[in-house]
Ligand binder design. Structure first.
Ligand SMILES: Nc1nc2c(c(=O)[nH]1)N[C@H]1C(S)=C(S)[C@@H](COP(=O)(O)OP(=O)(O)OC[C@H]3O[C@@H](n4cnc5c(=O)[nH]c(N)nc54)[C@H](O)[C@@H]3O)O[C@H]1N2
Ligand SMILES: Nc1nc2c(c(=O)[nH]1)N[C@H]1C(S)=C(S)[C@@H](COP(=O)(O)OP(=O)(O)OC[C@H]3O[C@@H](n4cnc5c(=O)[nH]c(N)nc54)[C@H](O)[C@@H]3O)O[C@H]1N2
Ligand code: SF4
Ligand SMILES: [Mo]
Length: 745
């Protein structure tokens, strides 16, 4: 067996001795309440916001008289959820009760020639982290350290890294998710979409969903608003090769040939301009480059697009007319997970342009101007200026990326002769990079080249097996975090505080960071004694207090001005080079990219292969919930959607397990059961992302279903912002269990 610097270690399901259990850090009860169900007031409720996905719904955790968490409910005052959690949020308790959780810190040691994890005290584990980070700093410079993070604790680790001397903080929610849309909307309107999306779905008259399937994508507020809009008679147009839940609620379902959306979008622009269905006054007042755009789209007629997209010209015209009729209360939805084919920024530019033509930006029923509270940082000295940043590894590349590109950090961790500095240490907090980044082989190669990696997680997920030190974080129900201050129609602050004491020997991120800062000589950046002191100070600056927030959970701050939408005839400056909405992007042109989107064809599957399509399930979030006992009760494996025509050709039966092999000869580690359905086109197959776990310590998730990530080995990187296009992969069926299959482990 080949030995690596960093062999994958299977974390054994160890018990934790009682001495490792810690005393409660806080009195976590926020007062008992009397309700019909709780006549004696023996239950308590504690404010929290959900960490099962990044919509961050605020709610209440109910505990019984024994201090056991009993149920979770939405907070009625919360603009993100309006009192209702989604099935995953309600099932969040399962994360707390999961007996497979990480229980105590672990340190990688080689014993009798074999790498293994040794249980450690927090003192030992944090000393090891501090020493190794210092070593990397002395040898290579602090800026050779990167933080991958997704989730609340990232704020604390981010501050630690900045204080340490590195600004390389990256999240998969940019280059594997919404990056292209943010770059495209910034180039067009001078502003990003951000989260929660500033889409005014509640008041829209026409919602166009392009491969963004609200319904399976359970982002709470949007799903609620979509059903509100439907009740009020809004037209839904869904463009998706799969008949999704949204498609089933739509007036028009356009089962587009995958990878051809840009052709449809350009044809829509062609029709809307040539038929004079655009908002003329808005376009004249606010936009730049209309004449160039008009000339540019002449080549993209509906007849032309038909040959590419398989959507009939009269349907393209009819749907364009529907949008125009609803204008400006129309939303061509920017989507969220938009890293598909590598030309994603250009596709999202076309989306932005259509919205501009229809005058929906800054208009009721289109895109509103959000508001938010800025909680100031606790006073600290200025962070040191890093000597280099991630950009120096590839000068001139991805200049229009507004966040750090995770896959580029991965690339720059693999040594290259022409590069002065490579990344040498990773801090990985709340992101299962093995499932999150495409091209697993490359991720693993990068990890093998690290001098040190610490992983902070709640579960023995695949990424933890490659760490030098594993730090178990307590779940969101057992901790304080930074307050939620995300944008919305109205600014709000939401508090998360512990509903129960941390189980096992787990700790919150803020505590780990505070300890590490002391060990690394960085205390001056973290002058607060504990998080209650930090939150109290911050909340006071915002005109509230920790006491008030403990009582109410969510506080709303009415808008100071009536500026959610543009006023009739108002002159609006846009934060672009021309001060206008740029139909013709001067910024893209200056970077040497097409200033207006140009259609280019993408690769097609070879005979016998099908495009690998993936998406969400309403019951799960990525790979993070696959072992959650409550949610596995709802769904415990993914299945493969196969069109009946394809099933006939391959003589596949419903429920039959098959292995999948991709264009690069990589075979799925586990089989997946076939589901024969007309709801998917014959040129594609579909599965829900996040299943097929290889970590045996996930007792409910191990070997259940198949991982799409394993099969995504071909990546089409967006040259504009570095996003990883992941939908250009093709698979074929292996009916018999393959022998000697290449499994990347
Ligand atoms: N193949 C494929 N890849 C994808 C996607 C896809 O659909 N298919 N989707 C992409 C998108 S849109 C996104 S946003 C990203 C998401 O990427 P990630 O957020 O990395 O997704 P997960 O795989 O769920 O990894 C979350 C990790 O955080 C851990 N965790 C959960 N709660 C906590 C906590 O409170 N504290 C700590 N420290 N850890 C915690 C979980 O155990 C898990 O290991 O993935 C992207 N990658
Ligand atoms: N329940 C649940 N909800 C979630 C999440 C979750 O994990 N679980 N994750 C959240 C996050 S971080 C994100 S980013 C969003 C992701 O949610 P969305 O942005 O809605 O994106 P996906 O889930 O990737 O959507 C995939 C859809 O795109 C379609 N599709 C595939 N190829 C093409 C194509 O070429 N053209 C078109 N038009 N459509 C295509 C697929 O058939 C599928 O219906 O969901 C969020 N909401
Ligand atoms: S949408 Fe669901 S999982 Fe996401 S934060 Fe809200 S309740 Fe939690
Ligand atoms: Mo995402």
């Amino acid at each position: 067996m080949k030995t690596n610097r960093r062999d994958f270690i299977k974390i054994s399901s160890m018990g934790v001795s009682s001495t490792a259990l810690i005393a409660p850090m806080f009195n976590w009860k926020s007062g008992s309440i009397e309700t019909a169900e709780n006549p004696g007031g023996s239950y308590s409720r504690t404010p929290t916001y959900c960490e099962i996905c990044f919509w961050k719904c605020a709610g209440w955790a109910y505990t019984n008289e024994k201090g056991e968490i009993w149920k979770l409910e939405g907070n009625q005052d919360d603009p993100h959820c309006k009192g209702r959690l989604c099935p995953r949020g309600t099932g969040g308790v399962g994360m707390y009760y999961d007996s497979d959780r990480l229980k105590t810190p672990l340190i990688r040691k080689t014993i009798a020639g074999k790498q293994t994890y040794v249980e450690a005290t927090w003192e030992e584990a944090l000393d090891t982290v501090a020493e190794n980070l210092q070593k990397v700093k002395e040898k290579h410079g602090a800026e050779c350290t990167a933080l991958f993070t997704h989730g609340s604790g990232g704020k604390f680790f981010g501050d630690l890294l900045n204080a340490f001397g590195s600004s390389n903080i990256t999240a998969p929610s940019f280059a594997q998710c919404r990056g292209p849309r943010e770059t495209a909307f910034l180039a067009t309107f001078g502003e990003i979409i951000a989260s929660p999306e500033r889409t005014d779905i509640r008041d829209t008259r026409c919602l166009v969903l392009i491969g963004s399937h609200l319904g399976e994508n359970m982002h709470n507020g949007q799903v609620q608003e979509m059903s509100e809009a439907i009740d009020k008679g809004a037209t839904i147009i869904t463009v998706d090769p799969r008949f999704s839940t949204a498609a089933s609620k739509s007036k028009y379902w356009l089962p587009i040939k995958p990878a051809t959306d840009l052709a449809l979008l350009l044809a829509w622009a062609h029709v809307i301009i040539n038929e004079s269905w655009f908002d003329r006054e808005y376009v004249e007042r606010y936009t730049y480059g209309f004449e160039q755009l008009k000339d540019h789209v002449q080549q993209y007629s509906p007849e032309w697009a038909y040959g590419i997209t398989t959507i009939k010209p009269d349907i393209i015209r009819e749907t364009a007319r529907e949008m125009a009729k609803a204008s400006p209360a129309v939303i061509i939805h920017p989507g969220r997970h938009v890293t598909w084919y590598g030309d994603d920024t250009q596709r999202l530019r076309a989306v932005a342009i259509l919205n501009a033509l229809l005058g929906s930006w800054g208009r009721r029923g289109g895109f509103y101007y959000p508001d938010r509270v800025n909680l100031p940082s606790y006073p600290h000295p200025e962070f040191p200026e890093p000597k280099r940043t991630w950009r120096d590894a590839h000068p001139g590349k991805y200049n229009l990326a507004l966040e750090v590109v995770s896959n580029d950090i991965c690339d720059s961790t693999i040594p290259a002769p022409d590069r002065a500095c490579n990344f040498k240490a990773w801090i990985v907090n709340g992101t299962n990079l093995i499932y999150t980044l495409p091209d697993k082989k490359k991720t693993l190669e990068a990890i093998q080249n690290l001098e040190f990696m610490v992983v902070i997680d709640t579960m023995p997920m695949e990424i933890t097996g490659y760490a030098d030190v594993v730090l178990p974080e307590c779940t969101y129900l057992e901790r304080y975090d930074s307050c939620r201050t995300d944008q919305h129609r109205e600014a709000s602050v939401a508090l998360r505080m512990p509903a129960a004491e941390p189980k096992y020997n787990s700790k919150p991120a803020w505590w780990m960071v505070k300890q590490l800062a002391a060990k690394m000589g960085l205390e001056e950046y973290f002058k607060w004694n504990d998080i209650e002191e930090l939150l109290s100070w911050q909340l006071q600056q915002a005109g509230t207090s920790l006491e008030e927030m403990k009582r109410i959970g969510v506080k709303k701050f009415p808008r100071a001005f009536d500026d959610m939408y543009f006023r009739q005839g108002e002159d609006v400056p846009f934060n672009t080079n021309t001060g206008k909405i740029e139909l013709y992007s001067t910024e893209l042109a200056a970077e040497g990219f097409d200033p207006m989107p140009v259609y280019t064809a993408h690769e097609e599957p070879a005979p016998g292969f099908y495009r690998l399509n993936y998406g969400r399930s309403p019951a799960h979030t990525f790979s993070r919930t696959a072992n959650n006992p409550n949610l596995t009760d709802l769904m415990d494996e993914n299945v493969l959607w196969v069109n009946p025509k394809v099933a006939r050709e391959w003589q596949l039966k419903n429920g039959q397990p098959v292995w999948l092999e991709n264009q690069d000869g990589v075979i799925s580690e586990f089989p997946i059961k076939v589901r024969i359905t007309e709801r998917i086109r014959w040129d594609s197959v579909y599965m829900v992302h996040g299943f097929g776990h290889a970590s045996k310590q996930l007792s409910r998730a191990y070997g259940k279903g198949t991982s799409d990530s394993d099969l995504i080995t071909r990546v089409h990187v967006d040259p504009v912002m570095g996003g990883t296009g992941m939908r250009g992969n093709f698979v074929t069926f292996r009916i018999e269990e393959p022998e000697g299959k290449e499994v990347v482990a």
